[in-house]
Ligand binder design. Structure first.
Ligand code: SAM
Length: 311
């Protein structure tokens, strides 16, 4: 089974790993993973680029060629690139002369391939990844950064795009599936889903927020539907959606007097039990209905810690 590697950025390490696994499983349910330090290895038939372009908290990725004993004696099974660079990623506790390994490996490969070293714009980067337990050889063709959606209208209560993107990925959906965000606000979750080729439907009972979400979506060329109604409308569209990904109110909304915990409980009582649900709420609103969910806490500031729950 092919193996891909991903070096996590260091933000939200648990979420970051589970996001990678969820993306992989959306294409290959048999995908498996291991993690050591910031290195995540995924065994699956899914090309690494397909996973990396969706992943929120990944710095570098590529294909693993082999594990190594002596880095410089290993044969590289790669076709000859025009330009390349060598890079050592040291995740071990040992001090390593990275520059020497990179330069020695560069000299060997230059001779073997007859290619040029380009540190600024290589076609292929060869990675030597060193952890406390193993050394890996990997490579990656240079990938173009995926285009990020641009938010024309922002709002103080909007969700960070990184959490929104990661939440969409935790729903384990692939392209052409559909999510619904029944508390869509400015449309952050909808935008992230659409940017990954996942359709989205938004609902919000505040007409002003619906207009903002629509403008943000249209300005990026997305045609998601935004419905000005309460979350109860999810029952009307349940057959058209594959998952619910949402950011429920943190306080009492101005146009209702219902406390947020009651909103959350009522909402959970109407979402079909078999529907994949990824929900973020303010810590403290915890409800029994989410007792079995996998949870992640994200500290924002002293009066806001969010909880992402995945059922
Ligand atoms: C936490 S905000 C969502 C923010 C959004 N994730 C964003 O990035 O802009 C919650 C949203 O739920 C909406 N809302 C509150 N009660 C609602 C209800 N009963 N039905 C539908 N929407 C509701 C509010 O208008 C608000 O826009």
């Amino acid at each position: 089974m092919p193996q891909s590697f991903f070096i996590l950025s260091g933000e939200q390490p648990e979420l970051a790993k589970d996001e990678l696994v969820s993306i992989s499983k959306s294409y290959d349910p048999k995908a498996t993973s291991t993690k050591e330090s910031r290195l995540v290895i995924i065994k699956s038939a899914v090309p690494w680029e397909k996973i990396a372009k969706r992943a929120t908290f990944v710095r570098t990725g590529g294909s693993i060629v082999s594990t190594l004993d002596d880095i410089l004696e290993t044969k590289l099974h790669l076709s000859k690139p025009k330009t390349f660079a060598c890079r050592v990623i040291n995740l071990s506790s040992k001090k390593i002369n990275k520059a020497k390994i990179e330069s020695d490996a560069g000299t060997i490969l230059k001779e073997k391939w007859g290619s040029n070293v380009s540190l600024s714009n290589p076609m292929v980067t060869v990675y030597f990844i060193i952890t406390n337990n193993k050394k890996y050889l990997g490579y990656a063709e240079t990938m173009r950064e995926p285009k990020r959606p641009r938010k024309t209208i922002k709002y103080p209560t909007e969700l960070d795009w990184k959490l929104a993107r990661c939440m969409v990925n935790l729903s384990q959906l692939k392209e052409e599936k559909t999510i619904c965000d029944p508390f869509c606000g400015t449309g952050t979750i909808l935008l992230e889903a659409e940017s990954m080729g996942i359709h989205s439907i938004g609902i919000d009972f505040d007409g002003k927020m619906c207009n903002i979400a629509e403008k943000n979506l249209v300005d990026n060329g997305y045609d998601s539907k935004v419905v000005n109604s309460t979350y109860h409308d999810i029952q009307k569209i349940k057959d058209k959606i594959d998952a619910v990904v949402t950011d429920v109110p943190y306080g009492v909304a101005s146009r209702t007097s219902i406390p947020p915990k009651r909103v959350l409980q009522d909402f959970l009582s109407i979402v079909p039990k078999t529907m994949k649900l990824v929900i973020v709420y303010k810590k403290g609103l915890d409800v029994d209905e989410l007792g079995k969910a996998k949870k992640y806490e994200i500290f924002r500031h002293k009066s806001l810690t969010r909880v992402i729950a995945v059922t």
